[in-house]
Write a protein that binds this ligand. Sequence first.
Ligand SMILES: NC(=O)c1ccc[n+]([C@@H]2O[C@H](COP(=O)([O-])OP(=O)(O)OC[C@H]3O[C@@H](n4cnc5c(N)ncnc54)[C@H](OP(=O)(O)O)[C@@H]3O)[C@@H](O)[C@H]2O)c1
Length: 252
Amino acid sequence: MSNKLEGKIAVVTGGTSGIGLATAKEFTAQGAKVIITGRKKDEVEKIANEIDGIGIVCDQSKLSDIENLVTQVKSQFSSIDILFVNAGIVLFSSIEEATEDHFDRIMDTNFKGSFFTLSKFIPLIAEGGAITLLSSINATTGQSNSAIYSASKAALLALVKVGSTELVKKGIRINAVCPGPISTNLLAPAGLDNATVQKFASETLNKIPMKRFGKPEEVAKLVAFLSSEDAAFITGSEYVIDGGTNVNPIIG
Ligand SMILES: NC(=O)c1ccc[n+]([C@@H]2O[C@H](COP(=O)([O-])OP(=O)(O)OC[C@H]3O[C@@H](n4cnc5c(N)ncnc54)[C@H](OP(=O)(O)O)[C@@H]3O)[C@@H](O)[C@H]2O)c1
């Protein structure tokens, strides 16, 4: 087992499920002390116990919750080394039918929440620290009914570029990870019925050259690499992890 993150303090937003949970486990396995967040108290406490970490209930879409999170982390640690801004949701709607509520729910968590999580944690991140924002291949593809989700993830790519310029002066790196389809519970809150989910899954599978969904643990290993000293010369970059989906071959 690698101990590349030995002694590091890491914060993972949305660490109770899927990619966030797998990454919290990977960080822990590599020697970090991990603080996870989520909105459900029971889940947050259960996972924190499982990884021998710290759980803080936080709705990342609310600025007051983010400020409380930062205050709580600060009361226990003078600084942190790793920030993984992962919490996110997906909902589907055509551009024509999208409502203000749909727009706000996605943007409040995926962009506003990620932005202020980053913004408020910056003073607490130690020199040599590493930040990863969880974007998506949707940021650069045209999947129908995903306009607001895709825009929220594209906004994170802009944030990584600007962030890398601002943070390099503090010796902090920031990168984006853009997964393709990964087996998680992401679709659960989208309110789709089982048949729609199955149809969506088989259509999606057809478009993945590797003919399988990614595993959260595979994304976790990439995030752990970017968070480690092995990635010391990498900042402002976007890492696609999608089984070749972005290649979109004309023939093949
Ligand atoms: N799965 C994919 O195919 C895929 C592909 C590309 C990008 N992504 C991105 O990967 C990230 C993780 O998603 P996942 O696939 O691992 O889904 P997931 O299994 O549903 O996990 C989402 C996590 O985020 C938390 N969360 C959601 N809204 C939150 C909020 N407002 N405040 C705090 N925590 C919140 C959830 O906990 P609670 O609901 O209990 O709060 C949960 O821990 C998301 O940003 C998603 O957009 C996923």
